[in-house]
Write a protein that binds this ligand. Structure first.
Ligand code: ADP
Ligand code: ZN
Ligand code: ZN
Length: 744
């Protein structure tokens, strides 16, 4: 039997060492070499404690190394694991991600470990098992104390032993007493998986509907290629039955005995979604997201790694989950911005998932009503296969989307009289009304309410942003700024800033429609556990007839009684100062429109705008998202923007107002001098310009955009810049590289 201390192999210094490169958390890209005693089993993907400076750090064995004689190589302090936690495929993925996102490898590797494993938690745990004298005592009934007897009986039930954590109902003293009596003994075991194994479950499943023609075609196409890598873009409006397609394919992969990973946006991971998968598949999916406590997270992590959990549903961080035998990846709402981590390790979970699927040779399905321009472009380049679900599965009609011209209209709290009348009609007819505010960002445009004039940049095709504090108009593309005009240059009317909040809107509605019940769905609703569910329940029961909300509204919730959806302010998004504004707005408009009339009612969608002739907006409404997206792609090609060109953003901030701008200016100059050889494929450097949120928490923020025709060239430039990390020039300045930036 094994001694409880044996799990950590104490390393000895001197000869008989094998050298290893170890990935250590920290700002540096490099690996560190340490020695591991030759008699200790060491493999890539195991955790080790190593000495570093005066302290110690936890790292992961990366690859065997040559002994470098000029250095004194220290031995590791201990090896934590008996077997690699991360397998070869995942280690390769992490190595690729560190390179691609220009992020330190040691930090990247941590992303694949459950939080408690990052902190060095051992996977060994103390367990107790019964001894023959214990069996005897039970048989003879000689044990007097009731609690001692209960504990002994509990331990006797599992001859291979019971982990200490499962015996928390019994006081420690009772265990020690039984051990003193020689009835039980402690030992150390690998943490057992407590995941309900497929075979043990009742397997009760809700029946699947018969797939319609488009769904069947999609399923057959992928089912014929389950053994091969392929990216399948499933484009279908909300309610067209995408989830049914996933479920059908998932069942097939499970029948082969393989696992499935389903990635969903942050906000879409609700108990309702998990219940749907549980009911239909007849099993308990492992759920992985950052809101879990460390214990639950570790449990799910272990179950997915061991293969006990066959279905894993998670938000973006789950893309780095180890699996025993992954056979399919699904990315639902693939266009969603929350798949991209915006701070620190700036990976895009969809893109990492595609990398893993390719490496594993398995299919990956990307689902969306409004695919990202990136994915649509990959379809047009024949890198992805397109599958479409053109109609709503249940037979419900698509909503009718109309523009409401609000120029010169009387507005009450952002609502025109026409909209107020429409709300009233729908409420009186017994419907629910949903008001959507695409409020985002911290700055606003300056707009003429009389004629629709908006301040535009003199140097770019973009709208200027009004900075309230300093009363300046700024272009966030080129940095041009000027004094705002005092009246509209077009019609001399007074100009007003845009911007209206959900709370303000809620107040206005309460005044206009007392007694109808209002529910608000915004970030606030996510602040407390269960709060979103409570609010959704009040909507489902029609206790609330008016629903006011932001982005959360568009995330896949079902609101079957909503008959009218109002987009309160389309202009704010159309004039957003980042080039993805129009794409994001179109996605949100289509998604929010999909909330209306899901059951038997046909829905109406009204969009308030000062730009009723806006070409893009009209194309979106009359020709649909796909056509609108093609126009946007053509515009991006014209402007040399992603996804047609590769982009990276360098962001810098500091307490000093000038320092980050100066650093980025240096970088821009350096790039121009060394890399922007016009004979080569061009590399464009835009900026530096102030970040959309120019000052945050007392720090001034600037950004520099780098665009390149081909990725290798972009990455070469970024690798050069990496070496600026840690130079004196960067003192007091934090700066980072964001590859494929989403927020610009
Ligand atoms: P999506 O994921 O595209 O929003 P869902 O798969 O959730 O669509 O389907 C929307 C609704 O239609 C669900 O209630 C689902 O059960 C139902 N549904 C989907 N496919 C079918 C089908 N082939 N026959 C009947 N009902 C279906
Ligand atoms: Zn005007
Ligand atoms: Zn400009």
């Amino acid at each position: 039997h094994r001694d409880p201390s044996i799990g950590t192999h104490e390393a000895s210094s001197g000869e008989g060492m094998v050298y290893w490169q170890v990935a250590l958390p920290g700002p540096l890209q490099m690996l560190f070499t340490y020695g591991v005693p030759a008699d200790v089993s060491a493999r890539a993907g195991m955790r080790v404690w190593v000495p570093l400076g005066k302290g110690q750090r936890m790292g992961v064995l990366w690859s065997p190394a040559e002994k470098e004689t000029e250095w004194v190589i220290k031995p590791v302090l201990s090896v934590l694991d008996d077997e690699p936690l991360l397998d070869e495929e995942l280690l390769a993925c992490l190595g690729w991600a560190a390179d691609y996102y220009h992020f330190p490898l040691g930090e990247t590797v941590l992303a694949a470990l459950a939080p408690s494993l990052r902190q060095g938690r051992s996977l060994h745990e103390l367990a107790w098992r019964i001894l023959p004298s214990g069996e005897q005592a039970l048989a003879d009934g000689t044990l007097r104390g009731a609690r001692q007897r209960a504990l002994l009986e509990r331990i006797a039930q599992t001859p291979q032993g019971v982990s200490e954590s499962q015996l928390r109902d019994f006081p420690k003293a009772v265990r020690l007493r039984l051990a003193d009596l020689g009835l039980i003994e402690p030992f150390e075991q690998m943490m057992p998986s407590t995941w309900p194994v497929l075979a043990e479950m009742s397997g009760n499943k809700l029946p699947a509907p018969d797939l319609n023609e488009a769904q069947s075609a999609a399923v057959s196409a992928v089912a014929a290629c389950l053994e091969n890598f392929g990216v399948w873009l499933l484009e279908g409006v909300t309610g067209s039955g995408k989830t049914e397609v996933y479920l059908n394919l998932i069942s097939r992969v499970l029948a082969q005995g393989r696992q499935v990973l389903i990635l969903v946006p942050e906000i879409a991971l609700t108990p309702q979604l998990v219940t749907r998968f549980t009911d239909r598949l007849g099993l308990v999916p492992a759920v992985l997201h950052s809101g879990l406590n460390d214990g639950d997270r570790l449990n799910a992590w272990l179950a997915a790694r061991s293969g006990d959990a066959t279905v894993v549903i998670g938000t973006r961080s789950a893309v780095f989950q180890p699996f025993a035998d992954l056979g399919l990846i699904v990315v639902d709402e693939e266009h969603d911005g929350s798949f991209k981590q915006s701070e620190g390790f700036g990976y895009h979970a969809r893109d990492v998932a595609i990398w893993r699927a390719r490496r594993l040779g398995v299919p990956i399905m990307l689902g969306s009503a409004t695919p990202s321009l990136e994915s649509l472009r990959n379809v047009s380049l024949s890198r992805y296969h397109l599958l479409t679900l053109p109609e709503r599965a249940g037979g419900a009609a698509m909503p009718d989307i109309r523009l409401l011209d609000v120029r010169q209209q009387r507005m009450r709290g952002g609502l025109s009289d026409d909209l107020v009348a429409a709300i009233e009609t729908h409420l009186l007819a017994g419907g629910q009304v949903m008001l959507y505010l695409n409020r985002r960002g911290y700055a606003s445009n300056l707009l003429c309410h009389a004629c629709g004039w908006v301040a535009e940049c003199a140097h770019c095709d973009s709208f200027m942003t009004w900075h309230r504090g300093v009363n300046r108009l700024r272009c966030h593309h080129c940095g041009f700024e000027r004094q705002p005009p005092s009246v509209c240059p077009n019609c001399s009317a007074t100009l007003s800033p845009r911007g209206l909040g959900t709370e303000q809107l809620e107040d206005v509605l309460t005044g206009l429609f007392p007694g109808f019940g209002i529910e608000r769905l915004d970030r606030d609703a996510l602040s407390r556990v269960g709060e979103l569910d409570r609010r959704l329940a009040r909507i489902q029961s029609s206790e609330a007839r008016l629903i006011v909300g932001t982005q959360i509204l568009v995330k896949g919730h079902d609101f079957p009684h909503v008959s009218l959806v109002a987009v309160v302010d389309a202009d704010q998004a159309l004039f957003a100062n980042d080039f993805r504004g129009a794409e994001r707005f179109a996605q949100q408009l289509i998604q929010v429109a999909g909330r209306a009339g899901r059951a038997s009612r046909a829905g109406t969608v009204l969009v308030q705008t000062h730009q009723p002739e806006h070409v893009g907006l009209n194309r979106l409404i009359h020709a649909g998202y796909a056509s609108f997206a093609q126009t946007l792609l053509a515009e991006r090609a014209e402007a040399g923007l992603p996804p047609v060109r590769a982009a990276a953003m360098i962001r810098a901030d500091a307490r000093d107002a000038d320092a980050p701008r100066e650093l980025l200016t240096h970088m821009a100059d350096w790039l121009h001098e060394h890399l922007a050889d016009p004979a080569d494929s061009p590399l464009d450097v835009w900026g530096p310009v102030p970040a959309p949120l120019a000052r945050r928490a007392g720090r001034y923020r600037y950004q520099l955009l780098i665009l390149a025709d081909d990725r290798p060239r972009l990455h070469a430039a970024l690798s050069q810049l990496e070496s600026w990390q840690g130079t004196r020039r960067t003192k007091g300045i934090r700066w980072s590289i964001d590859v494929d930036p989403v927020d610009m």
